[in-house]
Design a protein around this ligand. Structure first.
Ligand SMILES: [Zn+2]
Length: 477
């Protein structure tokens, strides 16, 4: 497509079309990193591949802005690769095919990578244009945001020299993100040993739950398959020996499936099933939205399996039943969860029973208090808690210069103020803000729909308004 056919702002789409040809899914960003470095070189701007695979480009101030505080313009290099079953493209080797569809830019059969290609395209459109007023500018493009924010985590604080950081990785025009929850992963382990036993083997499978993101959807009335399994097992009134227990795949996903196997002495399987069905009816009544909830029971007589003793099983199930899950505290001002946890993974292994939890809070000390509570519960049951990772909250500081300028510019352009929000999930701004004390951060972006799916699409009219807003904000800082 030749340039004059691109919608406004055409330079943004010219860059977008260029790097759309380079595969840049998370974990394979070498190509787009080199493209960014080469493009900066062509624009005669100092650029370098920084720690952890990030790209940093600097541009001097527009004349008259030399003494203004430095602005960091930030987005991420990687995109989520997802495609329709009918699309046979190898996204690790081939670029995407852009489709101009009315007000939408999308891709043919795949994700668009508007998340976060729009930040890269805006950045280069600003870098190449010497008639855009702005303070001294640093563009930071990070590696692998979508799979753990490794680039942001590995960025050195020295690279964040500046007063303001504008992150372009939000998907809702008119909403300014000004804070986010921190997170901590805990692996709770309860040592148990299994021995060869024999009995009626009963396998209990829970499936068909709705599931969801453990941060942004933790406040919804969703069943957690692991917690549901513990509730069913706790209802049993006959002794049993746990042989297997596994549920969930990732600690940041509300688990939708869990399976347990156990041994019963002969003749009590019916009583066990009656108790499970009784508990199940109560759960169904409390969660009428979970219409897909399916519990399947399979029974095999006279089977041998490695299993815990009946006493160890009672102790373990009651220890698991004591673990909290879901929203622990709401923030009544922002009407959103303040502190929560998700018991995302249950796995009975040779060294013991593991329960992996992801804790989140907008307030760092509340996250620590919840972690201590979980550790105390595990230790009281003879177990332990190991911390797997931890990142701080981006705590909202109202009334920063950056927020004030952005609100003023937005209100002038749109005739109404923006929505100011914090979110109950991790974002790169949280990691970056924690590295540079006093750095004022704000996250904005144009409307993107169905991100991370082959239906992902960018609103062209929204991207035009957010572009105008971005330039006015740069001029005002
Ligand atoms: Zn993103």
């Amino acid at each position: 497509m030749i340039e004059q056919n691109f919608p406004y702002p055409s330079e943004v789409y010219r860059y977008f079309s260029e790097f759309a040809q380079i595969p840049h899914g998370s974990g394979s960003t070498d190509g787009i990193r080199q493209w960014a470095l080469d493009t900066a070189k062509r624009l005669n701007l100092p650029a370098y591949a920084a720690e952890a695979g990030n790209v940093i480009i600097r541009k001097p101030a527009f004349p008259g802005y030399e003494t203004h505080p430095r602005v960091i313009f930030q987005g991420h290099l990687d995109m989520v690769c997802a495609q329709l079953p009918s699309c046979k493209k190898d996204m690790t080797k081939e670029g995407i095919d852009l489709v101009w569809d009315g007000d939408f830019l999308r891709a043919d059969g795949t994700t668009l990578g508007g998340d976060d290609g729009i930040a890269i395209a805006y950045a280069f459109a600003i870098l190449e244009n010497n008639s855009i007023p702005h303070p001294p500018l640093t563009v930071i493009l990070t590696r692998d945001e979508e799979t753990g924010m490794d680039g942001a985590a590995g960025l050195s604080p020295a690279s964040l020299e500046g007063s303001y950081l504008l992150n372009l990785d939000s998907e809702d025009e008119g909403i300014f993100t000004v804070g986010c929850a921190g997170g901590k992963r805990l692996d709770l382990c309860y040592p148990v040993t299994a021995a060869a036993s024999r009995g009626t083997k009963l396998t209990l499978s829970i499936s068909g739950l709705i599931g969801g993101h453990s941060g942004s959807e933790i406040h919804k009335p969703l069943l957690n398959a692991n917690v549901t399994m513990v509730r069913l097992l706790s209802a049993a009134e006959v002794p049993f020996q746990l042989a297997a227990l596994a549920g969930g795949v990732r600690d940041n996903v509300i688990p939708t499936e869990c399976e347990a196997s156990l041994l019963l002495s002969s003749g009590v399987a019916d009583a066990f099933c009656d108790a499970v069905n009784g508990a199940l009816s109560e759960i169904r009544a409390a969660y009428p939205n979970e219409t897909g909830l399916t519990v399947h029971i399979d029974i095999a007589e006279n089977t041998e399996a490695q299993a815990l003793s009946a006493d160890a099983t009672v102790a373990l199930v009651s220890a698991l039943a004591k673990l909290p899950n879901g929203v622990q505290k709401m923030n009544d001002t922002l009407h959103m969860p303040e502190t929560s946890l998700n018991l995302g993974i249950f796995r009975l292994e040779a060294d013991g029973m593991h329960a992996d939890a992801l804790l989140r809070s907008g307030i760092n000390r509340e996250k620590e208090a919840l972690a201590e509570h979980l550790r105390a519960l595990a230790e009281a049951a003879g177990g332990s808690a190991a911390e797997a990772s931890d990142y701080p909250a981006w705590e909202y500081v109202p009334g920063t210069n950056l927020e004030a300028a952005a609100v003023r510019v937005f209100t002038e352009q749109y005739g109404k103020p923006p929505v100011i929000q914090t979110i109950h999930a991790g974002v790169e701004c949280g990691i970056l803000a924690a590295k540079a004390e006093g750095l004022q951060c704000l996250s904005v972006g144009p409307d993107l729909f169905d991100i991370h799916t082959p239906r992902e699409r960018l609103s062209i009219s929204s991207a035009a308004r957010v572009w105008d807003f971005t330039l006015k904000l740069l001029a005002a800082l």
